[in-house]
Design a protein around this ligand. Structure first.
Ligand SMILES: Nc1nc2c(ncn2[C@@H]2O[C@H](COP(=O)(O)OP(=O)(O)OP(=O)(O)O)[C@@H](O)[C@H]2O)c(=O)[nH]1
Ligand SMILES: [Mg+2]
Length: 311
Protein backbone atom coordinates (compact mmCIF):
# COMPACT_ATOMS: atom_id res chain seq x y z
CA UNK A 1 0.00 0.00 0.00
CA UNK A 2 1.01 3.61 -0.47
CA UNK A 3 1.72 4.20 3.20
CA UNK A 4 1.69 7.99 3.23
CA UNK A 5 -1.53 8.12 1.19
CA UNK A 6 -3.23 5.67 3.55
CA UNK A 7 -2.01 7.56 6.63
CA UNK A 8 -3.48 10.75 5.23
CA UNK A 9 -6.77 8.95 4.76
CA UNK A 10 -6.64 8.03 8.45
CA UNK A 11 -6.36 4.28 7.84
CA UNK A 12 -5.64 2.80 11.32
CA UNK A 13 -3.53 -0.02 9.86
CA UNK A 14 -1.32 2.51 8.10
CA UNK A 15 -1.00 4.58 11.27
CA UNK A 16 -0.03 1.45 13.22
CA UNK A 17 2.53 0.55 10.59
CA UNK A 18 4.08 4.03 10.65
CA UNK A 19 4.29 3.94 14.42
CA UNK A 20 5.98 0.56 14.55
CA UNK A 21 8.35 1.70 11.81
CA UNK A 22 9.56 4.67 13.88
CA UNK A 23 9.62 2.53 16.98
CA UNK A 24 11.57 -0.40 15.59
CA UNK A 25 13.53 0.86 12.64
CA UNK A 26 14.80 4.16 14.01
CA UNK A 27 16.73 5.90 11.27
CA UNK A 28 15.23 3.70 8.55
CA UNK A 29 11.89 5.41 9.19
CA UNK A 30 13.30 8.80 8.29
CA UNK A 31 12.13 9.04 4.68
CA UNK A 32 8.58 8.37 5.90
CA UNK A 33 8.85 10.85 8.78
CA UNK A 34 10.10 13.53 6.42
CA UNK A 35 6.96 13.12 4.33
CA UNK A 36 4.79 13.06 7.44
CA UNK A 37 6.28 16.29 8.68
CA UNK A 38 5.54 18.01 5.40
CA UNK A 39 1.84 17.12 5.27
CA UNK A 40 0.62 17.44 8.85
CA UNK A 41 -1.83 20.05 10.06
CA UNK A 42 -2.00 21.19 13.66
CA UNK A 43 -4.26 19.23 15.99
CA UNK A 44 -5.27 20.45 19.43
CA UNK A 45 -2.94 18.76 21.91
CA UNK A 46 -4.26 18.12 25.41
CA UNK A 47 -1.86 16.99 28.14
CA UNK A 48 -3.20 14.93 31.03
CA UNK A 49 -0.88 14.37 33.95
CA UNK A 50 -1.01 13.60 37.66
CA UNK A 51 0.20 11.13 40.26
CA UNK A 52 -0.08 7.38 39.55
CA UNK A 53 -3.58 5.96 39.87
CA UNK A 54 -5.42 9.28 40.03
CA UNK A 55 -7.72 8.14 37.21
CA UNK A 56 -6.05 9.72 34.18
CA UNK A 57 -6.80 6.84 31.81
CA UNK A 58 -10.39 6.59 32.99
CA UNK A 59 -10.72 10.33 32.43
CA UNK A 60 -9.12 10.10 28.99
CA UNK A 61 -11.58 7.36 28.11
CA UNK A 62 -14.46 9.72 29.02
CA UNK A 63 -12.87 12.59 27.11
CA UNK A 64 -12.64 10.35 24.04
CA UNK A 65 -16.37 9.59 24.28
CA UNK A 66 -17.18 13.26 24.63
CA UNK A 67 -15.04 14.32 21.68
CA UNK A 68 -16.28 11.46 19.52
CA UNK A 69 -19.80 12.62 20.29
CA UNK A 70 -18.79 15.92 18.72
CA UNK A 71 -17.44 14.09 15.66
CA UNK A 72 -13.78 14.73 16.45
CA UNK A 73 -11.02 12.36 15.40
CA UNK A 74 -8.56 11.52 18.14
CA UNK A 75 -5.08 10.15 18.68
CA UNK A 76 -3.92 9.14 22.15
CA UNK A 77 -0.37 8.82 23.44
CA UNK A 78 -0.26 7.00 26.77
CA UNK A 79 3.23 7.10 28.22
CA UNK A 80 4.05 4.15 30.43
CA UNK A 81 5.77 5.64 33.43
CA UNK A 82 7.99 2.59 33.97
CA UNK A 83 7.86 3.70 37.55
CA UNK A 84 7.90 1.41 40.53
CA UNK A 85 4.50 2.86 41.51
CA UNK A 86 2.40 1.61 38.66
CA UNK A 87 3.72 -1.46 36.97
CA UNK A 88 1.67 -2.69 34.07
CA UNK A 89 0.33 0.75 33.23
CA UNK A 90 0.23 -0.05 29.53
CA UNK A 91 -2.11 -2.92 30.15
CA UNK A 92 -4.18 -0.75 32.47
CA UNK A 93 -4.42 2.05 29.91
CA UNK A 94 -5.45 -0.37 27.20
CA UNK A 95 -8.17 -1.87 29.35
CA UNK A 96 -9.47 1.51 30.47
CA UNK A 97 -9.87 2.67 26.87
CA UNK A 98 -10.74 -0.68 25.33
CA UNK A 99 -14.29 0.22 24.32
CA UNK A 100 -12.85 2.68 21.80
CA UNK A 101 -10.52 0.18 20.17
CA UNK A 102 -13.06 -0.73 17.48
CA UNK A 103 -13.55 2.92 16.51
CA UNK A 104 -11.45 3.65 13.40
CA UNK A 105 -11.26 7.35 14.31
CA UNK A 106 -9.64 6.69 17.68
CA UNK A 107 -6.04 5.55 17.74
CA UNK A 108 -4.36 4.69 21.02
CA UNK A 109 -0.62 4.42 21.24
CA UNK A 110 1.06 3.27 24.43
CA UNK A 111 4.75 3.79 24.75
CA UNK A 112 7.41 3.10 27.28
CA UNK A 113 9.59 5.80 28.74
CA UNK A 114 12.48 3.45 29.01
CA UNK A 115 14.33 2.15 26.03
CA UNK A 116 13.82 5.27 23.97
CA UNK A 117 17.32 6.16 22.99
CA UNK A 118 16.08 9.16 21.05
CA UNK A 119 14.19 10.40 24.08
CA UNK A 120 10.60 10.78 25.11
CA UNK A 121 10.20 14.15 23.39
CA UNK A 122 11.17 12.66 20.05
CA UNK A 123 8.90 9.64 20.43
CA UNK A 124 5.97 11.83 21.50
CA UNK A 125 6.66 14.37 18.77
CA UNK A 126 6.71 11.64 16.17
CA UNK A 127 3.44 10.15 17.37
CA UNK A 128 1.80 13.59 17.31
CA UNK A 129 3.13 14.24 13.79
CA UNK A 130 1.76 10.89 12.54
CA UNK A 131 -1.63 11.63 14.12
CA UNK A 132 -1.65 15.09 12.59
CA UNK A 133 -0.80 13.73 9.16
CA UNK A 134 -3.69 11.28 9.64
CA UNK A 135 -6.07 14.20 10.14
CA UNK A 136 -6.71 13.81 13.87
CA UNK A 137 -8.40 16.86 15.39
CA UNK A 138 -7.26 16.16 18.93
CA UNK A 139 -4.22 14.45 20.40
CA UNK A 140 -4.42 13.44 24.06
CA UNK A 141 -1.12 12.83 25.82
CA UNK A 142 -1.31 10.98 29.16
CA UNK A 143 1.81 10.96 31.32
CA UNK A 144 2.40 10.29 34.98
CA UNK A 145 3.52 13.44 36.74
CA UNK A 146 6.55 11.86 38.31
CA UNK A 147 9.91 12.05 36.64
CA UNK A 148 11.37 15.03 34.85
CA UNK A 149 10.86 13.79 31.28
CA UNK A 150 7.18 13.01 31.79
CA UNK A 151 6.52 16.44 33.26
CA UNK A 152 8.54 18.14 30.51
CA UNK A 153 6.77 16.34 27.71
CA UNK A 154 3.30 17.30 28.89
CA UNK A 155 4.29 20.97 28.80
CA UNK A 156 4.11 20.85 25.02
CA UNK A 157 0.32 20.51 25.15
CA UNK A 158 -1.97 23.39 24.22
CA UNK A 159 -3.96 22.79 27.40
CA UNK A 160 -2.60 20.98 30.46
CA UNK A 161 -4.85 19.07 32.84
CA UNK A 162 -3.39 18.11 36.20
CA UNK A 163 -5.41 15.33 37.82
CA UNK A 164 -5.61 15.23 41.61
CA UNK A 165 -7.64 13.09 43.99
CA UNK A 166 -8.93 13.63 47.52
CA UNK A 167 -6.40 10.99 48.63
CA UNK A 168 -4.12 12.02 51.47
CA UNK A 169 -0.80 13.50 50.52
CA UNK A 170 -1.67 13.65 46.85
CA UNK A 171 -1.18 17.38 46.60
CA UNK A 172 2.19 17.13 48.32
CA UNK A 173 3.32 14.50 45.83
CA UNK A 174 2.25 16.69 42.96
CA UNK A 175 4.08 19.65 44.43
CA UNK A 176 7.26 17.65 44.60
CA UNK A 177 7.04 16.71 40.97
CA UNK A 178 6.66 20.37 40.07
CA UNK A 179 3.41 19.87 38.22
CA UNK A 180 1.16 22.22 40.19
CA UNK A 181 2.51 25.27 38.38
CA UNK A 182 1.95 23.93 34.89
CA UNK A 183 -1.80 23.30 35.25
CA UNK A 184 -4.30 25.16 33.09
CA UNK A 185 -7.06 23.12 34.68
CA UNK A 186 -6.98 21.12 37.91
CA UNK A 187 -9.18 18.08 37.63
CA UNK A 188 -10.29 16.95 41.05
CA UNK A 189 -11.16 13.38 40.14
CA UNK A 190 -12.68 10.72 42.40
CA UNK A 191 -14.98 13.42 43.74
CA UNK A 192 -17.14 10.53 45.01
CA UNK A 193 -14.56 9.57 47.62
CA UNK A 194 -14.12 11.01 51.13
CA UNK A 195 -12.24 14.26 51.50
CA UNK A 196 -13.26 15.74 48.14
CA UNK A 197 -14.65 18.95 49.67
CA UNK A 198 -11.59 19.45 51.83
CA UNK A 199 -9.29 18.89 48.89
CA UNK A 200 -11.25 21.38 46.80
CA UNK A 201 -10.90 24.02 49.52
CA UNK A 202 -7.16 23.36 49.83
CA UNK A 203 -6.73 23.55 46.11
CA UNK A 204 -8.63 26.82 45.78
CA UNK A 205 -6.67 28.34 48.67
CA UNK A 206 -3.47 27.29 47.00
CA UNK A 207 -4.55 28.83 43.71
CA UNK A 208 -5.43 32.09 45.47
CA UNK A 209 -1.96 32.25 46.95
CA UNK A 210 -0.59 32.22 43.46
CA UNK A 211 -2.91 34.95 42.18
CA UNK A 212 -0.15 36.97 40.58
CA UNK A 213 -0.14 34.44 37.76
CA UNK A 214 -1.73 35.74 34.58
CA UNK A 215 -3.86 32.69 33.82
CA UNK A 216 -5.55 31.42 36.93
CA UNK A 217 -6.15 27.69 36.64
CA UNK A 218 -9.71 26.50 37.02
CA UNK A 219 -10.89 23.52 39.05
CA UNK A 220 -13.17 20.84 37.61
CA UNK A 221 -14.66 18.14 39.80
CA UNK A 222 -15.15 14.77 38.14
CA UNK A 223 -16.10 11.17 38.80
CA UNK A 224 -14.41 9.64 35.79
CA UNK A 225 -15.76 6.14 36.43
CA UNK A 226 -19.32 7.49 36.06
CA UNK A 227 -18.64 10.19 33.48
CA UNK A 228 -19.70 12.91 35.91
CA UNK A 229 -18.37 16.43 35.38
CA UNK A 230 -16.92 15.63 31.97
CA UNK A 231 -19.18 18.09 30.14
CA UNK A 232 -18.15 20.97 32.40
CA UNK A 233 -14.49 19.98 32.13
CA UNK A 234 -14.62 19.82 28.33
CA UNK A 235 -16.40 23.17 28.13
CA UNK A 236 -13.48 24.59 30.09
CA UNK A 237 -11.01 22.90 27.76
CA UNK A 238 -12.66 24.36 24.69
CA UNK A 239 -12.84 27.80 26.30
CA UNK A 240 -9.07 27.63 26.69
CA UNK A 241 -8.31 26.23 23.25
CA UNK A 242 -10.55 28.93 21.81
CA UNK A 243 -9.03 31.85 23.66
CA UNK A 244 -5.40 30.82 23.87
CA UNK A 245 -3.50 33.33 21.84
CA UNK A 246 -1.82 31.96 18.79
CA UNK A 247 1.53 33.13 20.04
CA UNK A 248 1.32 30.96 23.15
CA UNK A 249 0.53 27.94 21.05
CA UNK A 250 3.31 28.75 18.65
CA UNK A 251 5.78 28.96 21.52
CA UNK A 252 4.76 25.58 22.93
CA UNK A 253 4.96 24.02 19.49
CA UNK A 254 8.40 25.45 18.90
CA UNK A 255 9.50 24.13 22.24
CA UNK A 256 8.46 20.60 21.28
CA UNK A 257 10.18 20.97 17.94
CA UNK A 258 13.37 22.16 19.59
CA UNK A 259 13.33 19.15 21.95
CA UNK A 260 12.66 16.89 18.99
CA UNK A 261 15.45 18.40 16.96
CA UNK A 262 17.82 17.95 19.88
CA UNK A 263 16.75 14.32 20.26
CA UNK A 264 17.07 13.60 16.55
CA UNK A 265 20.54 15.15 16.53
CA UNK A 266 21.56 13.11 19.56
CA UNK A 267 20.32 9.95 17.92
CA UNK A 268 22.19 10.71 14.71
CA UNK A 269 25.43 11.45 16.53
CA UNK A 270 25.08 8.30 18.59
CA UNK A 271 24.46 6.33 15.41
CA UNK A 272 27.58 7.84 13.85
CA UNK A 273 29.59 6.82 16.89
CA UNK A 274 28.22 3.26 16.95
CA UNK A 275 28.98 2.87 13.27
CA UNK A 276 32.59 3.84 13.82
CA UNK A 277 33.53 1.86 16.87
CA UNK A 278 33.25 -1.88 17.36
CA UNK A 279 32.17 -3.41 20.65
CA UNK A 280 35.64 -4.92 21.09
CA UNK A 281 37.48 -1.62 20.56
CA UNK A 282 35.08 -0.02 22.99
CA UNK A 283 35.91 -2.71 25.54
CA UNK A 284 39.59 -2.13 24.97
CA UNK A 285 39.19 1.56 25.70
CA UNK A 286 37.33 0.74 28.90
CA UNK A 287 40.23 -1.50 29.95
CA UNK A 288 42.69 1.31 29.19
CA UNK A 289 40.69 3.63 31.41
CA UNK A 290 40.45 0.97 34.11
CA UNK A 291 44.23 0.52 34.03
CA UNK A 292 44.61 4.27 34.48
CA UNK A 293 46.42 4.71 31.21
CA UNK A 294 43.81 7.26 30.18
CA UNK A 295 40.42 8.68 31.21
CA UNK A 296 36.91 8.86 29.67
CA UNK A 297 37.28 12.55 28.75
CA UNK A 298 40.50 12.12 26.81
CA UNK A 299 39.17 9.01 25.06
CA UNK A 300 35.99 10.83 24.05
CA UNK A 301 37.92 13.85 22.76
CA UNK A 302 40.28 11.70 20.75
CA UNK A 303 37.46 9.65 19.34
CA UNK A 304 35.47 12.72 18.25
CA UNK A 305 38.62 14.16 16.67
CA UNK A 306 39.09 10.91 14.73
CA UNK A 307 35.54 11.22 13.35
CA UNK A 308 36.10 14.59 11.73
CA UNK A 309 36.98 13.24 8.28
CA UNK A 310 34.06 10.80 8.44
CA UNK A 311 31.38 13.47 8.78
N1 LIG B 1 -14.04 6.01 43.03
C1 LIG B 1 -13.49 6.39 41.89
N2 LIG B 1 -12.55 5.62 41.31
C2 LIG B 1 -12.01 6.04 40.15
C3 LIG B 1 -12.40 7.26 39.52
N3 LIG B 1 -11.67 7.41 38.39
C4 LIG B 1 -10.86 6.34 38.30
N4 LIG B 1 -11.05 5.50 39.35
C5 LIG B 1 -10.37 4.21 39.59
O1 LIG B 1 -9.01 4.46 39.91
C6 LIG B 1 -8.17 3.40 39.44
C7 LIG B 1 -7.05 3.96 38.58
O2 LIG B 1 -7.59 4.51 37.40
P1 LIG B 1 -6.71 4.79 36.12
O3 LIG B 1 -7.59 5.49 35.15
O4 LIG B 1 -6.00 3.57 35.64
O5 LIG B 1 -5.63 5.78 36.71
P2 LIG B 1 -4.31 6.35 36.00
O6 LIG B 1 -4.10 7.69 36.61
O7 LIG B 1 -4.43 6.27 34.54
O8 LIG B 1 -3.20 5.33 36.51
P3 LIG B 1 -1.68 5.20 35.99
O9 LIG B 1 -1.71 5.35 34.48
O10 LIG B 1 -1.26 3.83 36.42
O11 LIG B 1 -0.93 6.28 36.68
C8 LIG B 1 -9.09 2.46 38.67
O12 LIG B 1 -9.42 1.39 39.51
C9 LIG B 1 -10.30 3.31 38.37
O13 LIG B 1 -11.48 2.56 38.23
C10 LIG B 1 -13.41 8.05 40.17
O14 LIG B 1 -13.80 9.13 39.72
N5 LIG B 1 -13.91 7.56 41.35
MG1 LIG C 1 -3.11 5.45 33.08
Amino acid sequence: MDLIKEIRRGNPRAIAKAISLVENEGLAAQPLMKKIFSCRKNAVVLGITGAPGTGKSTLVDQMISYLRGAGQKIGIVAVDPSSPFSGGAILGDRIRMMRHSVDADVFIRSMATRGHLGGLAKATGEAIAIFEAAGKDYVLVETVGVGQDEVEVVKLADVILVVLTPGAGDEIQAFKAGIMEIADIFVLNKADTPGAEKMERQLKAMIELGLQKKDIPSVAKTVATKGQGIGVLMADVSRLTGTRNRKGQEERRKKLLSWMLRDVMKEKIFELISRNISASSFEKLVTEIYNRRTDPYTVADEFIASLKDKL
